[in-house]
Design a protein around this ligand. Structure first.
Ligand SMILES: Cc1cc2nc3c(=O)[nH]c(=O)nc-3n(C[C@H](O)[C@H](O)[C@H](O)COP(=O)(O)O)c2cc1C
Length: 192
């Protein structure tokens, strides 16, 4: 299935083709070279003051930490589909700078790193689905995160599978076309 965006101008194919599935191939095991490439893409994201406040916990399907996070770390609907992906990557931010001040840019920087990660995954023929519906305290406790680390998103990564594996609203969402606001609605000043 393709969910390529219908764009108002030419953009990089990987940006148009990327989408967030909920049906993942439960037999696909993420090889180390793919994982390395995905994390390396994240590592080279820019960040304010080059603080690099992102930290990654890679939990492969079948591992004890993956099982624990699948059972207790994801909220509601996400529990039903996300554990089928080859890996769950918990992204945490370091909330303090080296001199102990609040790093206001940390969430922004982590978003940039995750964008790199997601795009690299798609370039490798994988799919990535970001998840904001998680249980922060459960992730903190299962992963034994340091005090100054805050989990900010979970990314499910794997090979997409047939939408027929899903049921109900999840199936409906899987086959719906992707939509966005028109440029007119989001460009406040200087629309080309
Ligand atoms: C920060 C963030 C949190 C999200 N949380 C969830 C989530 O908890 N569950 C879910 O099914 N999808 C989640 N999504 C996926 C979005 O719903 C999806 O990216 C959006 O609908 C656009 O679809 P597309 O990525 O296929 O273009 C999240 C995406 C982002 C960026």
């Amino acid at each position: 299935m393709t969910k390529t965006a219908i764009t108002a101008a030419q953009i990089l194919p990987v940006l148009a083709e990327r989408w967030s599935p909920r049906s993942f191939d439960t037999n696909y095991e993420l090889p180390s070279h793919e994982l390395l490439s995905i994390l390396e893409a994240a590592r080279w994201a820019p960040s304010a003051n080059n603080a690099q406040p992102w930290r990654f916990s890679v939990l492969k399907r079948g591992d004890a930490l993956h099982t624990a996070v699948s059972a207790e770390g994801l909220s509601g609907f996400n529990q039903a589909w996300a554990p089928n992906a080859s890996a769950l990557v918990v992204v945490s931010i370091k909330t303090l700078t080296a001199d102990g001040k609040d790093n206001h840019f940390a969430p922004y920087d982590a978003g940039l790193a995750v964008a790199n990660l997601v795009i690299q995954a798609h370039e490798l023929g994988l799919h990535a689905h970001q998840i904001g519906g998680f249980v922060p305290d459960a992730l903190r406790s299962i992963l034994e995160l340091d005090e100054d680390l805050r989990p900010i998103v979970v990314v499910a990564i794997g090979k997409v599978a047939s939408a027929d594996q899903l049921e109900g609203p999840a199936y409906e969402r899987e086959i719906q076309p992707r939509t966005r606001f028109e440029l007119d609605e989001i460009v406040l000043h200087g629309k080309p």
